[in-house]
Design a protein around this ligand. Structure first.
Ligand code: HEC
Length: 214
């Protein structure tokens, strides 16, 4: 093939390509021909739109039974007094009970979330109780002293009679922090009283308790 013929052939090929491009996409304001367009633009369904791809015909699918939220360990208790007792036997505080940080955080949580009803000292004379809400029993009384940590956790998590659940306001760690602070108050108020609390002797020393009762 001569050189002129080759150039002529290449020129013709370019002309054919340009013409083909023009024919396939004559409107320059529109996108070009798309091969398998659904790969680039997959069909979407609104959450509540009917959906032929699922057996039940709806887009929003229920989670599989037993699905748990990421990062949340399930608690297998019911909001019953029996399960509160069971929680008392089974649940142990995950905190380092000598942690000053946890106790200080517990004092903060108690002052913000509990003192309104239970009173700053835990005796049940908070402003909400003074204005007519059924007064809670003193947290320093025999009954609360005998409750185990896991039982307190159950009360904070599921509520108990007039005491509402604090599961949605307080993380689990903050519930345990608050319990640690309740134990601190109890130990500071009555160091000699028999208690199921596993608090160390050091924590019963009021001098070392931030905000504790003398
Ligand atoms: C809205 C008022 C209110 C708030 C806020 C509140 N409580 Fe209570 N709490 C009560 C009442 C009322 C009871 C008594 C429930 C009953 O009759 O069984 C109670 C009971 C308890 C008990 C069981 C005491 C016992 O002897 O049976 C514990 C422990 C307790 N609360 C801890 C807390 C902690 C910790 C907080 C903060 C996270 C808190 N409460 C916040 C009203 C409140």
């Amino acid at each position: 093939m001569g050189r002129v013929a080759l150039n002529g052939f290449l020129f013709l090929a370019v002309a054919v390509l340009v013409a083909a491009g023009w024919i396939l996409s004559p409107d320059l304001t529109k996108p070009n021909f798309e091969f398998l367009p659904q790969m680039a633009h997959s069909p979407r369904y609104n959450a509540f739109a009917p959906n032929p791809n699922f057996g039940d015909g709806s887009t929003l699918q229920r989670p599989e039974p037993g699905t748990i939220a990421r990062g949340s360990m399930p608690l297998h208790y019911a909001a019953t007094p029996q399960d509160a007792l069971r929680a008392g036997e089974e649940l142990k505080s995950p905190l380092d009970l000598s942690s000053v940080r946890a106790r200080e955080r517990g004092a903060f949580v108690f002052s913000k979330f509990c003192a309104v009803c239970h009173g700053a000292g835990g005796t049940g004379n908070g402003p909400v109780a003074q204005r007519g809400y059924p007064a809670p029993p003193s947290l320093l009384a025999e009954h609360a002293l005998k409750m185990k940590d896991g039982q307190l956790f159950h009360v904070l998590t599921y509520g108990q009679n007039n005491m509402p659940s604090y599961a949605s306001q307080l993380s689990r760690e903050d519930r345990w922090n608050a319990i640690l602070y309740v134990r601190t108050m109890q130990a500071a108020a009555a160091p000699a009283a028999p208690s199921t609390s596993p608090l160390k002797a050091a924590q019963a020393d009021p001098a070392k308790v931030p905000g504790g009762q003398p």
